[in-house]
Design a protein. Structure first.
Length: 274
């Protein structure tokens, strides 16, 4: 719940300041500053007066330094004519430095802010921590918006874009390589499975060849033909020379034909005798 002094119109300003610090910490904070800035911390510091001044002054110093680098000699301390960018800022002089900067803003033709004008008049008579919480948050909000217009902020945005682009390309490249590896692994598995399948077919083919060579046995009509055929097959199988195998096979076939013819003649002769 928001305190009563913080109206609903003030909270979006507080949220913008907190988000800007979160995403661009190197612009809005000092390198040695290890505080974890968020909307709760900034709101609490704005409510605590002098006790919360250290937290807010750290932010104001970083913002003034960033803006001072951009404006250089454009913003000068009145009467002294010393550029604000050359001032050694601290929590003790940050209030007067903020007054110098917002006075410069109000002098610009394109900047009209009645609330900021009231804050400038208040800072002429009091310290920054004496301002009301909404006034403190409004100063931070205005200075954030001015930083958004600087070259430093634009460079930070471009750097983030470049890093995002490089990260996207890296992710896309890794995804492409990963997909290629997956496809290669799938192809290898398919090839291995195909080799196993083909290996089984070859083995079956090798075991079936002896059956084809033994087919002449089935054509024999009695056990005597089978025994003679087996002898002939063993003779053929024991010779490694193709021509000799062919010649022996032909001789076996002729021998079988002669035996078949002789047996038929013997049967016919017995039939006549009977």
């Amino acid at each position: 719940d928001l305190p009563e002094v913080i109206s609903p119109a003030v909270f979006p300003k507080l949220a913008l300041v907190a988000d800007a610090i979160h995403f661009f910490r190197h612009i809005f904070t000092q390198p040695e500053d290890d505080l974890q800035y968020n909307s709760d911390l900034i709101l609490q510091a704005s409510l605590e007066g002098p006790r919360g001044h250290k937290v807010l002054s750290n932010l104001l110093i970083s913002m003034l330094q960033t803006l001072g680098q951009e404006l250089r000699d454009k913003v000068k301390i009145p009467q002294l004519e010393v550029p604000l960018s050359t001032v050694d800022l601290s929590e003790f002089n940050v209030g007067s430095s903020v007054l110098v900067y917002i006075t410069y803003l109000l002098e610009q033709d394109d900047h009209e802010d009645s609330e900021l004008d009231d804050i400038a008049h208040a800072l002429q008579r009091a310290e920054f921590y004496d301002l009301s919480p909404p006034q403190k948050i409004h100063v931070l909000f205005v200075m954030c918006n001015e930083i958004f217009k600087t070259g430093t902020f634009n460079a930070a945005i471009q750097d983030n874009i470049d890093r995002t682009t490089q990260l996207r390309k890296k992710i896309q490249t890794e995804a492409t390589l990963r997909n290629k590896q997956i496809q290669a692994d799938k192809l290898k598995i398919m090839q291995d499975n195909l080799k196993k399948s083909l290996g089984g077919v070859v083995q079956k083919g090798e075991t079936s060849e002896p059956k084809e060579e033994s087919e002449p046995k089935e054509e024999s009509e009695d056990s005597e033909d089978d025994e003679e055929g087996d002898d002939g097959d063993e003779g053929i199988g024991s010779d490694d020379d193709d021509e000799e195998q062919t010649a022996l096979a032909s001789a076996v076939r002729r021998r079988r034909e002669e035996l078949k013819k002789k047996k038929k003649e013997e049967k016919l002769e017995r039939a006549k005798q009977e």
